[in-house]
Design a binder for this molecule. Structure first.
Ligand SMILES: Nc1nc2c(c(=O)[nH]1)N[C@H]1C(S)=C(S)[C@@H](COP(=O)(O)O)O[C@H]1N2
Ligand SMILES: [Mo]
Length: 212
């Protein structure tokens, strides 16, 4: 990119130039998800951390409370397991690390389930959730997320295929054993590392995930 020119819509000032194997770059930012776009209702919305928490109970935030937490910026491409990667995404939000500090897991927690509206879910190893880039994003390239891209909060896990990042995130459940999420129960790989092309369940090796 020309450093003397401000970044425009078609520049890709952020993200990784290298694509994972078997991925092709798409222009722009396609919308892709299962089911309808949920309608946001502030009075009914909360973000919850539950399950195997250190304190034993639940932690909840209203959107106002959540938006007051310290926030950070992360650049990350979206790698859809169908083979397309969209680039040029700069995310702004609350790091998973911040959430973990505020609502720590019990020592024996090993995995998390990220829950979205309508019961969409994605399971992650705790190590994937605590990884540096993992972010509960509220903004994208300087603007609030749009409804179709996950407003008010979506999870971004830069080092995994993007199905591991629920849009319309509502809860994080700390788990003491692994359980499969929505796509992980429907033919997709439990671990989802795009650099290893972990797309499908049939590619799993012993120990990669619980029985389907
Ligand atoms: N709640 C929810 N989140 C979701 C999905 C979904 O179906 N429901 N699809 C995932 C998949 S497969 C992809 S590729 C990305 C697409 O994100 P985008 O629409 O912002 O490009 O969202 C992910 N997050
Ligand atoms: Mo996807």
């Amino acid at each position: 990119m020309d450093p003397h020119r401000p970044a425009g819509k078609d520049d890709h000032p952020v993200g990784n130039d290298e694509l994972p194997p078997g991925q092709r770059k798409v222009r722009g930012w396609p919308v892709s998800h299962y089911g309808p776009v949920p309608r946001f209702r502030a009075d009914r919305w909360s973000l919850k951390v539950f399950g195997a928490t250190a304190a034993g109970g639940e932690h909840t935030w209203t959107l106002e409370e959540f938006s007051a937490l310290p926030r950070a910026t992360v650049a990350a491409d979206l790698h859809c397991a169908s083979g397309t990667t969209s680039t040029g995404h700069e995310w702004f939000g609350v790091t998973a690390r911040t959430l973990l500090d505020l609502a720590p897991p019990a020592p024996h927690a090993t995995h998390v389930m990220a829950w979205a509206e309508y019961g969409y879910s994605a399971n992650l190893r705790l190590a994937d959730f605590t990884a540096d880039g993992t972010l509960l994003a509220t903004h994208h390239n300087g603007d609030q997320l749009t409804p179709e891209h996950g407003f008010p909060v979506r999870l971004v896990v830069p080092h995994l295929y993007s199905w591991k990042g629920p849009k319309w995130l509502r809860a994080i459940e700390y788990m003491t054993t692994d359980r499969r999420g929505f796509w992980e129960e429907r033919g997709h790989h439990n671990l989802a590392d795009p650099w290893k092309e972990q797309r499908y369940t049939h590619q799993e090796e012993d120990g990669d995930g619980p029985a389907v």
